[in-house]
Design a protein around this ligand. Structure first.
Ligand SMILES: *Cc1c(COP(=O)(O)O)cnc(C)c1O
Length: 428
């Protein structure tokens, strides 16, 4: 049996424990929802205030040059690149994940338009916005969206046939925390003649990603989850250099023009990933995103400047292993089942538990106790889910112990049955 003292000893030995000092966390809160909205970096309020008061207030329009506003999408993109196995110049930060998906999927479909291939394949359990964007784009461009289960991707009878134009997957599943083998699946897709689009919303800043090594084609990801960029922070987009200068994205705004300030009447796309920009960027939001990126890159000090993810990953797995072990030791007979894969190679940075009854109310009761996780509704294949994200930047082993202690109390006393915990809010 693991004890509270064991957890405290793990914290005392944790080389990353000082990284928590980069954040402002409300007292009494154990935050297990950094996979949905990362926490506030301590540097962000002052930096955002400076951008507002100095760069906007005093610098005014001059700040596009003097404060380097103009280069922000590329400069922040280079920081993201270090976290996802990409090279400098291959990533831009801009727009939302949904909008970026539209752009890269459009480009991938353009690339396949004369191939005779008509299918876009994705997982039934993918995040809905990805499926909604793909659905409308397929309709518009004459493709068909085929939804599958992950098990249909490999082996004999794989859905990856010569009819598939694009395989569009989210690397770590938002609901189950299951992680795909990006390299193997990309190779299988390429062998079948398909292109790959990877959504890194639950991967960037959470697990090591190797886009170039995996030979992926297109990728997008989110700035406000594990990257701590703030609510609605700009997202990012990466395109492999073999495609980046070739395929146009559909939102051909002036910021993606080769020379926007020549104000010519016709569009000429910028070389490389720069063409994936559309219009004027949200500079204040970009400042928040940069503070968030810097909190993750601070972990580079612990892995010899390699982006920090190796060090963060080791701690993340230790935290999720501990959470799983404690739940299994202490919540036996309480109707909880582990949904997230046990195998490290298949696990993201979250743990999901399913329960036939009361999942929503249990999460609400935990939130009332300061343990913030979230709930995701089940479907025909899976019961409702309690979802706990583990961000090694600011969580320790004692936090894991305490969160399970609260869960035990909520379950054993039937606290979750109280009426106040069973009323649904608009955002779950
Ligand atoms: C969070 C998330 C998004 C979010 O998209 P927005 O455009 O930022 O709302 C998209 N895809 C996946 C897989 C996500 O997890």
């Amino acid at each position: 049996m693991t004890t509270l003292e064991d957890c405290r000893a793990l914290d005392a030995q944790d080389p990353l424990r000082s990284l928590r000092d980069q954040f402002t966390l409300p007292p009494g809160v154990i935050y297990l929802d950094g996979n949905s909205l990362g926490v506030l970096p301590k540097a962000a309020p002052a930096r955002i205030a400076e951008v507002v008061a100095e760069e906007w207030g005093q610098g005014l329009i001059r700040s596009w040059n003097t404060a380097s506003w103009f280069d922000l999408p590329q400069r922040l993109g280079d920081k993201v690149a270090r976290l996802i196995g990409a090279a400098p110049g291959e990533v831009v930060c801009t727009d939302s994940t949904s909008v970026n998906l539209y752009k890269v999927l459009f480009a991938a479909l353009s690339q396949q338009k004369d191939s005779g291939r008509k299918l876009v394949v994705s997982e039934r359990s993918n995040f809905p916005t990805d499926l909604y964007i793909a659905e409308s784009l397929c309709r518009e461009r004459g493709f068909t969206l085929k939804l599958i289960d992950a098990s249909e991707l490999q082996g004999p009878g794989s859905v990856l046939t010569d009819e598939v134009a694009v395989l569009m997957l989210t690397h770590v599943n938002y609901r189950t925390g299951a992680m795909h083998d990006m390299k193997a699946i990309t190779a299988a897709a390429h062998a079948a003649g398909a292109l790959t689009v990877w959504d890194l919303a639950h991967s960037a800043g959470a697990v090591p990603v190797a886009l170039n090594e995996s030979n992926a084609d297109y990728a997008i990801g989110c700035g406000y989850k594990y990257l701590n960029g703030g609510p609605g922070a700009p997202a990012f987009v990466w395109v492999h250099t073999r495609h980046a200068g070739k395929f146009d994205q559909p939102l051909s705004g002036w910021w993606g023009h080769a020379a926007p300030f020549e104000f010519t009447p016709h569009y000429r796309p910028a070389p490389g990933v720069g063409r994936y920009l559309c219009g004027t960027q949200p500079i204040i939001a970009m400042a928040g995103l940069e503070c968030g990126l810097d909190t993750v890159l601070a972990a580079e000090a612990f892995d010899g400047g390699k982006g920090g993810l190796a060090a963060l990953r080791a701690k993340s797995l230790a935290l999720t292993d501990l959470f799983i072990a404690l739940v299994e030791e202490r919540c036996e007979g309480q109707g909880l089942s582990l949904v997230t894969p046990r195998e490290h190679a298949r696990r993201g940075s979250q743990v999901c538990l399913s329960r036939g009854e009361g999942a929503y109310a249990i999460v609400q009761a935990l939130i009332a106790r300061g343990v913030i996780g979230d709930y995701r509704a089940g479907d025909s294949q899976m019961p409702d889910i309690l979802r706990f994200g583990f961000t090694p930047l600011y969580l320790g082993f004692e936090d894991v112990w305490n969160s399970v202690e609260h869960l035990v109390q909520v379950l054993e006393a039937g606290e979750w049955k109280r009426e106040e915990f069973n009323r649904k809010n608009a955002v779950t």
